[in-house]
Design a protein around this ligand. Structure first.
Ligand code: PEP
Ligand code: MG
Length: 931
C-alpha cells in the first residue's frame, strides 16, 4: 500500500515559517529560496517522515518515491546527473530540528560520489587531488554515520599513510596518497560490513536519510535535549534537507566566504566579512590560507561584490535584523548557503537598533526588544581587553562588574594613603566593614576572601560602580605578614593583580582593560525605553558624587540612600564612636549635636544633586558595633600597648637597678643615662599608653556588650531608633532642615524618609511621631513646612504579612529584597553564597542564586501579597524595590507584573534596568509567573 501523505517539500514550496515540520535549516532554506536568493536547489523531507521512520524503524512508504521525483527535478534544475560520469550532481544530506542543536545530529556531504562520478568531479573541477580528498572524506563520513563504522578504523589508516609518506598534516598528502587512502577506506567498509561500499547513489541516499533520522535518537542528541530541556512541543524529530553541493574551489572564478550585513563589532552600516578565492568552506575555518576582507572583493570580483551588496539589503529588508550569512561562488555564480540573525556585541546591538529604526527597517518596539538588557553592562563599566590571554589565579563571586588592575593593599588606611598619592590600588581584605569606606574611595577595585554578593563590600562597591570580587575563598590573607596565598602563589603588598568583577576571576599582574562608553545611540535607545516603561528607575546612592553619576546614567531619583556610609567617613567616625560609647543621654546628645550639621550638609548635597527628583533617605540601619573595631583587633592592640608600657617601665627602672647591682658601672654610665631617661620621658608623654589603654578598654567593654550571636537579626534598624530615639531624631532633623534650607534657596526637592527593618505597625507609628514633632519644630525655626513622604522598608517577613496596617502610616513601601530573601529562606546573606548555594545550584535544588535573581515563587509571592494588601488600605501607595534584585532584568519583569511603581539599583545598572523596564511593559501580555 502506498501512502498518500506528503513528506517532501521543494525549497520553492515549503513554508519558511514551519520549523516544526521542516526543521530550522529546512525552513530557512525554503524562505531564502522564496525571497529570491540564489540558494543551491534542494528539498526537505519533513519531521513527520522522521517520526514515521522512528516508529517502524524503516522509511515510510512513498518517501523514497517522493525523493526520487525531487531528485529528478534537481537534475533538471542543475543540469547535472546524480552519479554522472561527466557532470555529477553531488548533494549534502543535512539534519535540522525546530530548535537549533548545533553538532548534535548528523550531516553527510558530497553524497553521490562513487567510482564513476569521481571521474566526473575530476573533470568538473580539474582538480584530481580535491576529488580524491572529497571521496575519502565522504567514505569515512558515510561509513561512520550511515554504516556505523567507528572512526578509529579510518583514523588509523590516515595516521599510517601520513607516517608512510612523511606528511605531517592531511594537507601534505598528494593525489596519489589520497588515492591510496580512498582505496584503503573502501576496504575498511568491505571488512566491517561484509559488503562493498554502496556505489548506487540512490542506495547511498536511502541509507543516509535513515541514518540522519536515527541521529535524532542518538545519545548526543538525547542528552542535549535533556540538558536544555527541549520538549516535544518545541522540537519533535529532525527533518532532512537535501541540498545541491556547490564548490568554491573550481578555479579563480570560484570562492567561499562568510558575511555580516553590518559590522558586528561596531554596528557600522557596512558589509563585513571574509572570503577566499578558489577554496571550500572548510578552508576558511581551517585557517590554512588567510581570508581577505570582503571590501577587497570590489577589486578582485567586482560583479560578485555588487551582488553581495544587493544580497545584504535583501536579507535585511526581509529579516529586519542583521544577518550572518555564508556564501559560495561556483564558476562566477553566487550562492547563499545559510543566513541567521547575527550575533553582535553590546555596542553594535545598540547602534544597529537606533540606525535600523531610522532606516525604517524595524519599529521602536523591536529596537527596544532585540537587545538583552544585561549585555549593556559591557558598555557601562571597564572590561578586560577582549583578546587577552591569562590564566586566572583564583575565582570568587562576581560581586560588582568591571575590571581593574592595581597594587595589592591589605588595609583601608594604606589604600587611602597610596591611592591619594596617585597609585592604583586593589583593596584586598578578608571581608570589609563600614569603617573601610575611605579605602574604597581610593581603590580601583575590591577583593575579599569572604562574604556574598550582598556583603558589605559587594553592596558598597556596586553603589560606587567599582569592580569587586567577593568570597574568593582560595585566597588566604595574612594581615600580619601583609601577604596572601593562593595555593603555592604568594602575593605581597604592592604586587599587581587584576580583578574582573563580572566573572569573579582574579589574575596576577596587569591585564589591559577597555573603558566604558555611554554613546549617543545608547542615550537615544534608553530615551525610547523611558517613554515606554511603566516602572521608574531609581538609583541606590549614598553621596552627592554617586547621585550625580547615577543621574548621568538616567536615574529618575534616589530610591535608597544608606545613611550609614556617611557615618563612616573618616572625619565623622570618631564622633559616631563617641556617640556609641556615651554613658549618659547627655553625652550621647552632645555627640549627636556635633553630627547634626554634618548630616544636614550631606543631605543638602544629595538633594541639590538630585534637584527636581525624589530622594529616599533611609534612617540608620546597621548594628552599632559595626562602627567600632572588632574585639579581636582591640585585644591585640591592648596587648601591644601593655607590652610597650612594661618595656618603658623596665627602662625607667634601669638606672636604679644598675646602681644597686653595680654602683661602679653605674658611675661610669651615669652621664649617658640622663639624656636617655629624658628621651624616654618625652616618648612616654607623647604616647600616653595608660590613657590609650583605658580608652581602648572602654571600647572593648562596649564592643563586648554590643556583641550579638545573630547581629543580622539583632539590635539594628528601627529597633535602634526606638531604643535610642535621639539618634533617629537627629537624622530626621538633619533631613528636614536640609530640605528647609534647599527650599529657601528655591531648589526643588522631593525628600522621603524611610525606616528600615520594620516588623510591626507600632514601630512605624513611633518613628512617625518623632517625624511629626520634628516637622513642627523645623517649621517653627525655619518658617517652612517641609513636604515629604514617610515610608517603610518591607524587608522583614512580618511586615509583608501586615502591609495592610503598615499602609495606614506609610505613604510608600520599598522592598529590601536582600534582607527579605535572607529572612524568607533563612539563608545568611553573608555566608550562603560561598558555602552551600553553589552546590544547591549545581545539583538543581535551586535554579538560581536567590540573592541575585528574585525568588518569584517564594519572596515574590510575599511581595505580591504585600502590594495588594497595602493598596487596599491606600490605593495611591507608592511601592518600589531597593534590594539588589532591582537591577536584575528577570526580577524587573516581575516587579512590573505586580505593579510596583519603581525599581532602585546601583548607578551603573540603571541603564540596564531602564531597558528591562521597557521590555517588561512591551512583553507584559506574554508574562507568566513561574509556578
Ligand atoms: C535590603 O535589605 O534589600 C536593602 C536594600 O537593605 P540593605 O542591603 O542595606 O540591608
Ligand atoms: Mg536591608
Amino acid at each position: 500500500m502506498t501512502s498518500s501523505k506528503k513528506y517532501v517539500y521543494a525549497f520553492e514550496e515549503g513554508d519558511g515559517k514551519n520549523k516544526m515540520l521542516l526543521g530550522g535549516k529546512g525552513a530557512n532554506l525554503c524562505e531564502m529560496t522564496q525571497i529570491g536568493l540564489n540558494v543551491p536547489p534542494g528539498f526537505t523531507a519533513s519531521t513527520d517522515a522522521c517520526n514515521a521512520y522512528l516508529e517502524k524503524n524503516q522509511l515510510p512508504p512513498g518517501l523514497m518515491d517522493e525523493i526520487r521525483t525531487h531528485m529528478a527535478a534537481l537534475e533538471k534544475k542543475t543540469g547535472k546527473g546524480f552519479g554522472d560520469a561527466k557532470n555529477p550532481l553531488l548533494i549534502s544530506v543535512r539534519s535540522g530540528a525546530a530548535m537549533s542543536m548545533p553538532g548534535m545530529m548528523d550531516t553527510i556531504l558530497n553524497l553521490g560520489l562513487n567510482e564513476v562520478s569521481l571521474k566526473g568531479l575530476i573533470t568538473q573541477t580539474g582538480n584530481e587531488r580535491f576529488a580524491y580528498d572529497a571521496y575519502r572524506r565522504f567514505i569515512q563520513l558515510f561509513g561512520k554515520i550511515a554504516l556505523n563504522i567507528s572512526d578509529e578504523h579510518f583514523d588509523e589508516r590516515m595516521v599510517a599513510i601520513k607516517r608512510k609518506y612523511g606528511a605531517p598534516q592531511d594537507v601534505d598528502l598528494n593525489t596519489e596518497h589520497l588515492k591510496e587512502l580512498a582505496g584503503e577506506f573502501l576496504a575498511i567498509v568491505q571488512r566491517q560490513t561484509g559488503q562493498a561500499f554502496p556505489q548506487d547513489p540512490f542506495v547511498q541516499l536511502e541509507i543516509a536519510v535513515g541514518a540522519v533520522f536515527r541521529s535524532w535518537m542518538g545519545k548526543r542528541a538525547v542528552d542535549y535535549r535533556k540538558q536544555f530541556r527541549i520538549t516535544k512541543a518545541q522540537a519533535n524529530g529532525t527533518a532532512v534537507s537535501i541540498c545541491t553541493m556547490v564548490f568554491g574551489n573550481m578555479g579563480n572564478d570560484s570562492g567561499t566566504g562568510v558575511g555580516f550585513t553590518r559590522n558586528p563589532g561596531t554596528g557600522e552600516n557596512v558589509i563585513y566579512g571574509e572570503y577566499l578565492v578558489n577554496a571550500q568552506g572548510e578552508d576558511v575555518v581551517a585557517g590554512i590560507r588567510t581570508p581577505k576582507a570582503i571590501a577587497e572583493m570590489e577589486q578582485e570580483m567586482p560583479e560578485i561584490h555588487r551582488q553581495l551588496i544587493q544580497l545584504r539589503s535583501r536579507l535585511e529588508s526581509h529579516y529586519h535584523e542583521v544577518q550572518d550569512f555564508e556564501f559560495t561562488i561556483e564558476k562566477g555564480i553566487l550562492y547563499c548557503l545559510q543566513t541567521r540573525n547575527g550575533k553582535m556585541n553590546a555596542r553594535a546591538m545598540v547602534r544597529t537598533s537606533v540606525e535600523m529604526f531610522h532606516q525604517g527597517l524595524i519599529t521602536k518596539e523591536r529596537a527596544l526588544l532585540r537587545t538583552e538588557p544585561a549585555v549593556l553592562e559591557q558598555l557601562l563599566v571597564p572590561q578586560l581587553a577582549p583578546n587577552f590571554h591569562a590564566k586566572s589565579l583564583a575565582q570568587g563571586l562576581s560581586a560588582s562588574p568591571g575590571a581593574a588592575s592595581g597594587k595589592i593593599v591589605f588595609d583601608a588606611d594604606t589604600a587611602e594613603t597610596r591611592g591619594r598619592a596617585g597609585e592604583k590600588i586593589i583593596l584586598v581584605r578578608e571581608e570589609t566593614k563600614p569603617e573601610d569606606i575611605h579605602g574604597f574611595f581610593q581603590a580601583q577595585g575590591i577583593l575579599t576572601s569572604r562574604g556574598g554578593k550582598t556583603s558589605h563590600a559587594a553592596v558598597v562597591a556596586r553603589g560606587m560602580g567599582k569592580p569587586c570580587v567577593s568570597g574568593c575563598e582560595q585566597i588566604v590573607i595574612n594581615d600580619q605578614l601583609r601577604s596572601a596565598k593562593v595555593g603555592d602563589t604568594v602575593l605581597r603588598e604592592g604586587d599587581v593583580i587584576t580583578i574582573d568583577g563580572g566573572t569573579g576571576h582574579v589574575y596576577a599582574g596587569e591585564i589591559p582593560t577597555v573603558e566604558a562608553e555611554f554613546s549617543e545611540e545608547m542615550n537615544t535607545l534608553l530615551g525610547w525605553a523611558d517613554e515606554v516603561a511603566a516602572l521608574k528607575v531609581m538609583a541606590n546612592a549614598d553621596s552627592p558624587v554617586d547621585a550625580l553619576r547615577a543621574r548621568e546614567f538616567g536615574a529618575m531619583g534616589i530610591g535608597l540612600c544608606r545613611t550609614e556610609r556617611m557615618f563612616n567617613a573618616t572625619d565623622r567616625l570618631p564622633i559616631v564612636q563617641e556617640m556609641i560609647l556615651a554613658e549618659t543621654l547627655e553625652e550621647r546628645q552632645a555627640a549627636l549635636d556635633r553630627l547634626l550639621p554634618i548630616q544636614r550638609a550631606d543631605f543638602k548635597g544629595i538633594f541639590k544633586a538630585m534637584k527636581g527628583l525624589p530622594v529616599t533617605v533611609r534612617l540608620l540601619d546597621p548594628p552599632m558595633h559595626e562602627f567600632l573595631p572588632t574585639a579581636a583587633q582591640l585585644e591585640l592592640e591592648i596587648a601591644h600597648l601593655h607590652q610597650l608600657r612594661d618595656t618603658i617601665k623596665a627602662l625607667e627602672d634601669l638606672p636604679e637597678t644598675l646602681k644597686m647591682l653595680n654602683p661602679k658601672l653605674y658611675q661610669q654610665y651615669a652621664d649617658g643615662l640622663t639624656p636617655l631617661m629624658g628621651a624616654l620621658g618625652t616618648f612616654k608623654k607623647s604616647h600616653m599608653e595608660d590613657e590609650v589603654i583605658a580608652k581602648k578598654e572602654k571600647i572593648l567593654k562596649k564592643v563586648r556588650a554590643l556583641a550579638e550571636v545573630n547581629p543580622m537579626l539583632g539590635h539594628r534598624g528601627v529597633r535602634l531608633g526606638i531604643t535610642y530615639p535621639e539618634i533617629y531624631s537627629m537624622q530626621i532633623r538633619a533631613i528636614l532642615e536640609a530640605a528647609a534650607l534647599c527650599g529657601k534657596q528655591g531648589i526643588e526637592i522631593y525628600p522621603e524618609i524611610m525606616v528600615p527593618q520594620v516588623a510591626t505597625v507600632e514601630e512605624l507609628k513611633r518613628i512617625h511621631s518623632y517625624v511629626q514633632r520634628i516637622r513642627q519644630e523645623v517649621r517653627a525655626t525655619h518658617g517652612i513646612d517641609v513636604q515629604f513622604k514617610f515610608g517603610s522598608m518591607l524587608e522583614v517577613v512580618r511586615a509583608c504579612m501586615r502591609s495592610g496596617r503598615m499602609a495606614e502610616i506609610a505613604e510608600f513601601f520599598s522592598f529590601g529584597t536582600n534582607d527579605l530573601s535572607q529572612a524568607t529562606f533563612s539563608f545568611s546573606r553573608e555566608d550562603a553564597e560561598n558555602k552551600f548555594l553553589p552546590f544547591y545550584n549545581e545539583t538543581g535544588i535551586l535554579e538560581d542564586n536567590p540573592f541575585e535573581v528574585l525568588d518569584i515563587k517564594g519572596v515574590g509571592q510575599l511581595m505580591k501579597m504585600a502590594v495588594q494588601n497595602g493598596r487596599v488600605t491606600n490605593p495611591d501607595l507608592k511601592v518600589g524595590i531597593c534590594g539588589e534584585h532591582g537591577g536584575h532584568p528577570g526580577s524587573i519583569r516581575f516587579c512590573h507584573h505586580i505593579k510596583l511603581n519603581y525599581v532602585s539599583c546601583s548607578g551603573p545598572r540603571v541603564p540596564i534596568a531602564r531597558l528591562a523596564a521597557a521590555q517588561a511593559k512591551l512583553l507584559e501580555d506574554q508574562y507568566r509567573e513561574p509556578v
